[in-house]
Write a protein that binds this ligand. Structure first.
Ligand code: URA
Length: 243
């Protein structure tokens, strides 16, 4: 039996009142997430930075400006997607999230995901990728390769902030957002503008061509376990884990 989904407003109220960890003491406000509650694409970042803490909205600083440009490459506007983070409060000095903070905070992300029920989850950077896929394989190996977590298609991409520090990541980021656009187009419902049956090799197939064995091996599964039959029109996935 399925648990009923919790309305987003209820999850938001719980986040706003949360004092489960010391990050609550340092925050200006919580950053619940923002966007279309019925989005096909849920974007998951790491944690709020200074600007997000001040405004209460994810990705409004420099990384957010770049994220808007990247979304446009995939044919998406901010209002088409829902954007959330692993942590809802800013870690001091923008340090990395700690394991205990992730453990205490991610039930909110889990419920947001269940309620929004997206087709795709785009994980930005290592923290969201490792949490959603329950993997230790890093983003450098996983980015641009379609994965699966439970019923969700998961597409890991470098964090946009990484490209602000290391310009060489821009090409990978932009290519991966272009692939995301192709995946979205290829899986559109048959009554949409484009049918699901892409001709020749699907974008997902292309994204999976160069598969790292560690991705599936990391949770003790063989490479073949998560993959669907090659003859299927559905994309094949590299890994399956429960959200
Ligand atoms: N980086 C993130 O991961 N999330 C934000 O909201 C802003 C910057």
């Amino acid at each position: 039996m399925h648990k009923p989904h919790i309305p987003l407003d209820e999850i938001r109220a719980a986040v706003e009142g949360c004092r489960k960890c010391p990050l609550a003491d340092g925050r200006t406000q919580t950053v619940f997430g923002d966007g279309n509650p019925q989005a096909r694409v849920l974007i998951v970042g790491e944690a709020p930075g200074k600007n997000e803490d001040l405004q209460g909205i994810p990705f409004v600083g420099a990384a957010g400006k770049y994220l808007n440009e990247l979304l446009a490459i995939a044919g998406l506007r901010r209002e088409d997607v829902f954007i959330a983070n692993v942590l809802k409060c800013r870690p001091p000095g923008n340090r990395d999230p700690r394991p205990e903070e992730i453990e205490l905070c991610t039930p909110y992300l889990r419920e947001q995901t269940r309620t929004i029920d997206p087709e795709f989850i785009v994980t930005l950077g290592n923290f969201s990728t490792k949490f959603i896929l329950k993997t230790e394989v890093g983003i450098t190996r996983l980015h641009g390769k379609l994965q699966k977590a439970g019923k969700f298609k998961v597409f890991p991409i470098f964090h946009p902030a990484a490209a602000l520090y290391d310009g060489s990541k821009r090409v990978a980021l932009e290519n991966d957002f272009a692939t995301l656009g192709e995946l979205l187009h290829a899986s559109q419902p048959a009554d949409g503008a484009a049918g699901a049956a892409a001709s020749g090799q699907s974008a997902a197939g292309a994204a999976m061509a160069d598969r790292p064995a560690e991705a599936a091996a990391s949770d003790g599964r063989s490479a073949a376990d998560g993959a669907q039959s090659a003859s299927s029109q559905e994309p094949r996935y590299e890994q399956e884990s429960l959200l």
